[in-house]
Write a protein that binds this ligand. Structure first.
Ligand SMILES: NC(=O)c1ccc[n+]([C@@H]2O[C@H](COP(=O)([O-])OP(=O)(O)OC[C@H]3O[C@@H](n4cnc5c(N)ncnc54)[C@H](O)[C@@H]3O)[C@@H](O)[C@H]2O)c1
Length: 204
């Protein structure tokens, strides 16, 4: 499957479809029409069909999609069939708040360790908080491919370089800086200020 040719927004929407399918599963619903699933996901049904067409032929005309088959396929595409190990770097206010959140595991992500230049023991966090000097060895030994970056902007690029050299291929970046990474590495940046700014436009 040529992942490269699939638009990133389609991959985002797969996660949204997967959440809707999860709710249908909880309610013991076996099949769903593309219109109903699209409506639940907040997209047009043409968009849904186009997104799913990247991954094969689903659904039967008039019958809709099998909730189980579609959900399992999306899980496979998104790599949710096994727990994905993730590390976090920068255990300050934001980093430790994220580490205290226990919900990533049920979404398929296992935050296995966190790193800091000045690690402080935080028993409540339940995972090892290690010195940054141990990061490369840890990533290689545990074949970690994903990282969450919550260091100050000044250190973000250097940490990123070290992560990428060690084998990290996907970074969820909270640092307010544009990261320079090689082509095979994907960065998703989150900036709550941008989101707030966008909302503030609509309340005028
Ligand atoms: N994207 C967002 O919406 C959003 C929201 C809040 C904060 N942030 C950003 O997240 C980052 C962290 O914010 P915070 O409030 O948690 O800061 P903080 O100062 O509380 O924590 C930063 C932590 O990173 C560690 N650190 C510093 N340099 C490091 C390095 N080179 N390698 C490893 N660890 C290092 C520090 O020891 C500290 O524990 C900042 O860049 C901030 O701007 C982003």
């Amino acid at each position: 499957m040529a992942r490269i040719d699939i638009p990133r927004k389609s991959i985002y929407r797969l996660s949204i479809y997967q959440r809707c399918l999860g709710k249908l599963r909880e309610n013991d619903v076996d099949t769903v029409s593309s219109e109903a699933l699209a409506k639940a996901a907040g997209v047009k049904s043409t968009q849904l069909r186009k997104d799913l067409a990247y991954f094969g032929q689903f659904g039967t005309r008039g019958l809709g999609y099998s909730v189980d088959v579609l959900s399992n396929t999306i899980a496979e595409v998104l790599g949710q069939n096994h727990l994905q190990p993730v590390i976090l770097v920068g255990v300050g206010n934001l980093g430790s708040a994220l580490l205290r959140y226990g919900g990533f595991r049920k979404e398929g992500f296992d935050v296995v360790a966190a790193f800091d230049i000045a690690p402080r023991g935080q028993a409540a966090l339940k995972i090892p908080i290690l010195n940054l000097t141990e990061m490369t060895r840890f990533i290689r030994e545990n074949q970690v491919k994903m990282a969450i970056l919550t260091v100050p902007a000044s250190g973000a690029q250097a940490v990123t370089n070290q992560m990428v050299e060690s084998g990290i291929q996907a970074i969820l970046n909270f640092s307010p800086t544009v990261l320079d990474v090689p082509e095979h590495v994907v960065v998703n940046s989150v900036d709550l200020a941008v989101e707030l700014e966008n909302l503030s436009y609509f309340i005028r």
